[in-house]
Design a protein around this ligand. Structure first.
Ligand code: AMP
Ligand code: GLY
Length: 413
């Protein structure tokens, strides 16, 4: 089949590597892509959030399947436009992508479906914000209602900081703080059938020891040997199945990738957020361990045939990825710095660009991630940091403690 992949981040590079390795994918086109993706796909330029432009490109390249990586095109209705052109799409409709596009919508679906999540209030005025903040004890959790590229959430013990973030955002969801280790569970679905992938853990804070501001994600690992044995089964039964049923009931079935962000609290797994697409950088580790062909999996979601797909197969061992971020990320990042050693297997490109003279340069906040596997988590971690030692980027920073607490048995349930 001919596949068109939309996006240009690390998640899309990981997806491109997986798709290119699937023998059923005869041709892979990516738009707009990045220099890393260019090594495995033909690049085309497109405005990823323009539904008509993406649909026209899909027709032009005679795509059998369009895979949409990021949330912004989904929320903008790109999947709808491609489907209207008669082409199979991996990714939800704009209506279903509201599970990510609006925190209030997601909370409403969860309430209707009886899904365990934090108690919350949606607020637009200073009075509502003040009432909501006094309803909860610190730490306060204040979330921008709309899309914010992983940076719309403030968790703080300071009442003025919480109130200021609410004022800066306009419409916010203020919710109860959920205590416990976080897990990202990816579920591939065609709206009815649902197949969970391997749970992974992301590191959202910028600095070692989970200090500093929230980011889009600074590293990840899988599998989670410390997680309860029934975790996936429980989340499928308590959260995923009821959510998919509620979306069908509303006439807006969700197909594509349902990303369930969870906190494993003393009262069981609670949903922190839904996303409507693969997570970044968790995708890098989950796909590194997936042995089944990726194109066939995504195509089964797109064509409503997931129930017929054979059970997924996984490689033994573990995978670790560490993000290399630009100077000043998650603030306004410095770009244009030269990257050395960035074009080897395992280096996944996100914010990279090719300069006119051919040099690879930084072009965004999260520049690249180094991904490695190993027979166990410690070996995978060592391999990932060894890979990182071969990459240089002036002014960059990365976390040095990805997967360390898990290896040292310091994750408390
Ligand atoms: P989100 O964008 O909703 O994933 O939030 C980003 C990060 O903020 C999450 O990964 C958590 O670390 C933190 N967070 C969000 N909501 C809560 C909550 N209710 N309780 C504790 N931490 C939260
Ligand atoms: N890694 C978090 C996200 O993709 O939203």
């Amino acid at each position: 089949m001919r596949v068109l992949l939309i996006g240009s981040g690390g998640r899309e590079h990981a997806l491109a590597v997986g798709l290119a390795a699937d023998p059923s994918v005869e041709q892979l086109v990516a738009a707009p892509g990045n220099p890393g993706i260019a090594a495995v796909a033909t690049l085309r330029d497109v405005k990823a959030t323009d539904p008509a432009a993406v649909a026209a490109l899909a027709v032009e390249v005679a795509a059998d399947l369009v895979v949409i990586g990021p949330e912004a095109p989904l929320v903008a209705g790109v999947a709808d436009a491609v489907r209207a052109a008669g082409i199979a799409v991996f990714g939800p409709s704009a209506a279903a992508a509201e599970l990510e596009g609006s925190k209030t919508f997601a909370k409403d679906v969860m309430a209707a479906a009886g899904v365990p999540t934090a108690r919350s209030f949606t607020c637009t005025t200073a009075e509502e914000v003040s009432a909501a903040l006094t309803a909860f004890a610190p730490p306060y959790v204040v979330k921008n209602d709309g899309l914010a590229a992983g940076k719309g959430v403030v968790v703080t013990d300071s009442l003025p900081v919480a109130a200021q973030h609410a004022a800066d955002c306009g419409r916010v969801v203020i919710e109860e703080f959920l205590d416990g280790p976080e897990v990202s569970l990816f579920v591939v679905t065609d709206g009815t059938a649902a197949v969970p992938l391997m749970p992974a853990q992301d590191f959202k804070r910028a600095l070692d020891g989970d200090e500093g501001p929230n980011t889009g994600g600074m590293g990840a690992y899988a599998p989670l040997e410390w997680a309860p044995a029934d975790l996936v089964e429980r989340v499928m039964a308590e959260t995923v199945e009821p959510t998919l049923a509620e979306m069908r009931k509303r006439g807006t079935p969700f197909s594509g990738l349902l990303y369930v962000g969870l906190a494993l609290t003393g009262d069981g797994p609670r949903v922190i957020e839904f996303n409507a697409r693969f997570g970044d950088p968790e995708t890098q580790v989950v796909l590194a361990l997936l042995a089944s062909p990726l194109g066939a999996l995504l195509n089964a979601s797109a064509t409503g045939t997931l129930a017929d797909l054979p059970p997924l197969r996984w490689h033994d061992g573990s995978a670790v990825t560490v993000v290399v971020a630009s100077h000043n990320y998650p603030g306004t990042p410095r770009t244009g710095d030269v990257i050395e050693g960035g074009e080897v297997p395992g280096v996944i490109h996100a914010g990279t660009a090719r300069r006119a003279d051919g040099a690879l340069v930084s072009a965004g906040g999260r520049v690249l991630s180094v991904t490695a596997t190993g027979p166990d988590l410690a070996a995978a971690r060592t391999a990932a940091y060894d890979l990182l030692d071969g990459v240089t980027l002036e002014g960059s920073h990365h976390r040095t403690d990805i997967a360390l607490a898990a290896i040292e048995g310091r994750i408390k349930l």
